[in-house]
Design a binder for this molecule. Structure first.
Ligand SMILES: NC(=O)C1=CN([C@@H]2O[C@H](COP(=O)(O)OP(=O)(O)OC[C@H]3O[C@@H](n4cnc5c(N)ncnc54)[C@H](O)[C@@H]3O)[C@@H](O)[C@H]2O)[C@H](O)CC1
Ligand SMILES: [K+]
Length: 538
């Protein structure tokens, strides 16, 4: 499920620093010489960097070398680039360094590669390589390390960071004192959790995974067969879209979704969700709205069955028509535009035995009940799709009430003395899923989906264009429409990826400012066609 070939499956894994160090230890323990691994990594790095910055156009390269093996990698690259005709200069302001790094420094010097005494000597480089720190960064940058990073960031030259931008914590993605603002980050072997955080986006530049052939047996010896944390790729989504259609079928075989939403104040969000649901090919679509919006929804979606509902004095849905039987539906999506006054229908859908997705005020109403007990009795799958504010209301223990400080959850290790100022989505989302027994999708620049059994997927590609009102309603419609047709985890992951790819396509054709929710909906089918193309190329 969401895993294609073994190698590409492995390369979707996301690892912590300690898991990477355990994998390395396994390799070295099985006889792989450290120097051989560094040589292999360095060669792959130098090949990729020559692709990014060809010698004819970018001949002068400055190489920042740290005290550990990140620095060692950089020195191997420096030597390889020199042999390819680059004018290489190294800045290595560390006398205490790991032995292998020292050996490479000695070898580079012997080859006549100049070592600068001051970082300023690298200022006229066409581009730079950041080999200061990687997995081993365990405290904030200070002194020469910090001043080097600060100097380089001011120059605004392209910087390729090895493994991680130096200064970024491998697991939390927090900036420790300072960090290189990279134009490219070549992440070694497996994705690092810290690079998958929203707040890391400002530092990583173009993120790429550099596969240097870590043996699958070494990875599985540490991470096991079932990946705990994976990055969701367009290829994985494409493998599920478009949904299968048997030659002989009819509308009742393609699922029946009930969408519940809208209020006197909000009529548009349920329309956005309705239009998005239609894009999934759902066989039948019923939409329960306050009676006042029946005409509006029918006008926008004449193929939907619109169910006019009585209103509360505040203009929210007071309840479903008495004859309505929720068990007639294959899935229910409840929340867009509900307002907090629609408690009765939220209670009703929660007590139904239908696969359910709760969004927006459906979540805020759930937060007023006890989410854990309300969901733990449900027999059918539940999907929650909070943004951070809704997540905080639902799971105050996992994320503090203070809207400005998003902190790491308690069990993530981060450097002593570091006030945890960053939210660690890949950690707290699975915790929320385990607490409630629900699938939890926590929205963000890197949205995370987690299942109650502890697995999690991070959306690998998105666009800031999606950060605007109505975008979530489109996602709810997509998840609901797919939930009526395929299993809940597939429906959630496919919708998340499809939604992001549609956003990227809309941004490409309408600029990042042009990804309003209505336009996003218009790009769902073109994005589907594009994903279909990727799927056919597999
Ligand atoms: N991922 C892989 O399989 C491979 C990774 N490689 C590279 O090795 C580094 C990790 O190397 P390591 O020596 O463990 O860590 P660093 O290079 O990051 O250096 C840590 C080094 O620096 C000291 N240190 C930590 N924090 C600070 C600080 N704030 N100021 C000063 N000094 C600091 C620490 O004491 C260590 O001595 C990985 O990123 C890859 O680039 C292998 O080459 C191949 C396999
Ligand atoms: K680095």
């Amino acid at each position: 499920m969401f895993l294609s070939s073994p190698r590409s499956e492995i390369l979707a894994y996301v690892a912590t620093a300690s898991q990477m160090q355990q994998i390395e230890a396994w390799l070295f323990g099985c006889g792989m010489p450290v120097a051989a691994l560094m040589e292999k990594v360095g060669l792959r790095l130098s090949q990729r960097m020559q692709g990014l910055f060809p010698q004819q156009l970018f001949p002068r390269v400055g190489v920042l070398v740290g005290p550990g093996h990140n620095g060692g990698d950089a020195l191997v690259v420096a030597r390889e680039l020199q042999q390819q005709g680059y004018q290489v200069r190294v800045f290595h302001p560390f006398t205490r360094r790991k032995e292998l790094t020292g050996d490479h420094a000695y070898f580079a010097t012997s080859l006549g590669i100049p070592f600068a005494n001051h970082i300023q000597e690298l200022q006229d480089s066409d581009w730079l390589i950041d080999g200061l720190f990687g997995l081993g960064l365990d405290r904030p940058l200070t002194d020469i390390a910090l001043s080097t990073v600060q100097a380089v960031n001011i120059w605004n030259r392209p910087v390729v960071s090895i493994d991680l931008p130096s200064g970024l914590h491998t697991d939390s993605g927090e900036v420790l004192g300072g960090a290189i603002r990279a134009s490219h980050t070549l992440c070694l072997g497996l994705w690092k959790v810290g690079l998958m955080q929203d707040h890391a986006l400002a530092w990583t530049g173009e993120l790429e995974l550099l596969d240097f052939g870590l043996p699958i047996v070494a990875i599985e010896s540490v991470l096991g067969q079932v990946p705990k944390l994976q990055r969701l790729t367009p290829q994985a989504i494409a493998s599920h879209l478009p949904l299968e259609r048997p030659p002989a079928t009819h509308k009742y075989q393609q699922g029946h979704l009930l969408l519940v939403g809208g209020s006197k104040t909000y009529g548009g969000s349920i329309v956005l969700a309705t239009l998005a649901a239609k894009s999934t090919g759902i066989g039948m679509l019923s939409v329960a709205v306050p009676a006042r919006w029946q005409e509006l929804v029918l006008h926008q979606a004449p193929d939907a069955i619109v169910i006019p509902c009585p209103e509360t004095p505040e203009g929210a849905i007071a309840g479903f028509p008495p004859e309505m039987d929720l068990s007639a539906f294959d899935a229910i999506a409840c929340g867009p535009g509900l307002t907090l006054f629609a408690e009765a229908v939220v209670r009703q859908v929660l007590s139904s035995d239908r696969p359910l997705i709760l969004d927006a005020d459906g979540l805020n109403i759930l937060a007023q009940f006890n989410p854990v007990s309300s969901l733990s009795t449900r027999k059918a799958p539940t999907i929650l799709t909070p943004h951070p504010g809704e997540f905080r209301r639902l799971f105050p223990g996992l994320m503090p009430a203070n809207p400005n400080v998003e902190t790491l959850s308690a069990n993530i290790t981060h450097p002593p003395g570091q006030d945890a100022t960053a939210l660690n989505r890949p950690i707290i989302t699975p915790q929320a899923a385990r607490q409630t027994g629900a699938i939890v999708l926590l929205k963000g620049a890197r949205t995370v989906v987690a299942t109650p059994d502890g697995r999690a997927w991070i959306n690998g590609e998105s666009t800031p264009g999606l950060a605007r009102g109505g975008s979530g309603d489109v996602l709810t419609g997509l998840i609901g429409g797919l939930l009526g047709q395929i299993p809940p985890v597939e429906a959630t992951l496919t919708a998340m990826g499809w939604h992001a790819q549609a956003g990227r396509l809309a941004a490409k054709h309408r600029s990042v400012l042009g990804v309003d929710a209505r336009s996003l909906g218009d790009f769902l089918i073109p994005a589907l066609m594009k994903l279909e193309g990727i799927g056919n190329r597999e």
